[in-house]
Write a protein that binds this ligand. Structure first.
Ligand SMILES: Cc1ncc(C[n+]2csc(CCOP(=O)(O)OP(=O)(O)O)c2C)c(N)n1
Length: 326
C-alpha cells in the first residue's frame, strides 16, 4: 500500500490552481446566466471545490468518476474539457453531451468521467456496477461515486453500500456533506448520527474529514483509493463543506433565511481557496506573482471556452433522432 507523503510545492500549486480554475469558471457562468442564453438549471459548487480537487488528484487517469447534479467541479477536476462544458451548458452541439444534457448531464469518457445525472442517487449503483466490472477484469481500476448528504437518504445508496461490501467492490463513495438538501437542514431529515457510521454498519470502511481542506481531502482519499485498489473493499468518505450559493441557480439566497447569518459567515470564512492560498504563501510555496499569473491564464482559458461555445451551432430539428437508442 502507498504511504501518504508530504506534497511538494509543484503538487500543491496544482491543487490550488485546479480549485481556483473551478471557482472562476463557475463565477463566469453565474455572471452570464442572467442573459438567458443558458437554458438549463445550474447547480454551482462554489465553496465545495476542495473535495472534487482533492479526491480527483488522488486518482489515476484510468480511474472512473460518477457524479450528480452539482457536477462542474467533479468533471473539471477529473480532466473534463472546459470548452465542452461551457458549450454543453449553452446547449450547443459541441458540448460534451452534444448540447442535449445541459449542466447536469456531463460526460467525458476520454478522462474517465462517466457521467452525471440529476436523479438523486441515480449514479451511485452505476458506479458500483462499473467498479464491479473492474473487479471481474482484474484491472486494478477504482471508481469514485460523488454524492451529497441528501442522497444518503435514498434507498439505492444503502443497497449499493451493501452490495459493494458483500463483493468487496473497488468503489469509493464520497459524500459531500454541505448540511442541506435544497432548503432543508440535515437535522430535519436524518436522525442525529454520523452518516459514516451507517456506512460502517453496512460493512464498508469509512472515514471523515474537513472538506474545505484540500490536502486533508487528498490524504484521506489517497488512503481510501489505495485500499480499494488493493482489494480491501469499498470505502466511504464523508467530507464536511458548505454550499455558498443558492441550491439551483447563479445567485446567493441569504435573504431566504433558511440559513442563519452567522452560519453563512462561517461558511464563507471557511473558503477552501483562501485558506490554501494563505497556507502556501506563508510557506513560500506560492507567490503573489504566481497567483496573478494563474488568474490571467484562467481568464484567458475561460474567454476561449465561451467564444468556442457561443460560436457553436445549436442542435437542429434534423438532429433530434441522433444520439438516441430507438
Ligand atoms: C430522486 C430525486 N428526488 C428528489 C430530487 C430533487 N432534488 C434535486 S437536488 C436535491 C437535493 C440533493 O441534496 P444533496 O444530495 O445533499 O446534494 P446538494 O444539492 O446539497 O449538493 C433534491 C431533493 C431529485 N432530483 N431526485
Amino acid at each position: 500500500m502507498k504511504q501518504v507523503r508530504a506534497m511538494d510545492t509543484v503538487e500543491q500549486s496544482q491543487l490550488f490552481h485546479s480549485m481556483l480554475r473551478i471557482r472562476r469558471i463557475e463565477e463566469a457562468l453565474a455572471r452570464k446566466y442572467a442573459e438567458q442564453e443558458m437554458r438549463c438549471p445550474i447547480h454551482l459548487c462554489v465553496g465545495q471545490e476542495a473535495i472534487a480537487v482533492g479526491v480527483c488528484a488522488a486518482l489515476n487517469q484510468t480511474d472512473l468518476v460518477f457524479s450528480n447534479h452539482r457536477a462542474h467541479g467533479h468533471y473539471l477536476a477529473k480532466g473534463g474539457g472546459l470548452a465542452e462544458l461551457v458549450a454543453e451548458v449553452y446547449g450547443r452541439e459541441t458540448g460534451c453531451c452534444g448540447g442535449r444534457g445541459g449542466s447536469m448531464h456531463l460526460i467525458d469518457l476520454s478522462v474517465g468521467f462517466m457521467g452525471s445525472t440529476p436523479i438523486v442517487g441515480g449514479t451511485v449503483p452505476l458506479a458500483v456496477g462499473a467498479a464491479w466490472a473492474a473487479t471481474l477484469k482484474r484491472n486494478r481500476q477504482v471508481t469514485v461515486s460523488f454524492f451529497g448528504d441528501g442522497c444518503f437518504e435514498e434507498g439505492v445508496v444503502h443497497e449499493s453500500l451493501n452490495f459493494a461490501a458483500l463483493h468487496k467492490i473497488p468503489v469509493v463513495f464520497v459524500c459531500e456533506n454541505n448540511d442541506f438538501s435544497v432548503y432543508t437542514r440535515r437535522t430535519e431529515r436524518q436522525p442525529d448520527r454520523p452518516m459514516f457510521e451507517i456506512a460502517q454498519a453496512h460493512g464498508v470502511e469509512a472515514a471523515t474529514g474537513n472538506g474545505n481542506d484540500v490536502e486533508e481531502v487528498f490524504n484521506i482519499a489517497t488512503t481510501a483509493i489505495d485500499k480499494a485498489r488493493c482489494g480491501l473493499g469499498p470505502q466511504f468518505l464523508e467530507f464536511r463543506t458548505y454550499r455558498w450559493r443558492e441550491h439551483c441557480g447563479p445567485n446567493f439566497d441569504d435573504d431566504l433565511r433558511y440559513r442563519l447569518p452567522l452560519e453563512i459567515e462561517a461558511g464563507l470564512n471557511a473558503c477552501p481557496i483562501a485558506h490554501y492560498r494563505s497556507k502556501l504563501t506563508k510557506a513560500n510555496g506560492l507567490s503573489g506573482l504566481d497567483i496573478d499569473r494563474y488568474e490571467l491564464e484562467i481568464q484567458a482559458e475561460i474567454e476561449v471556452a465561451f467564444n468556442f461555445a457561443l460560436s457553436s451551432r445549436r442542435p437542429g430539428i434534423e438532429d433530434a433522432n441522433r444520439k438516441v437508442y430507438a
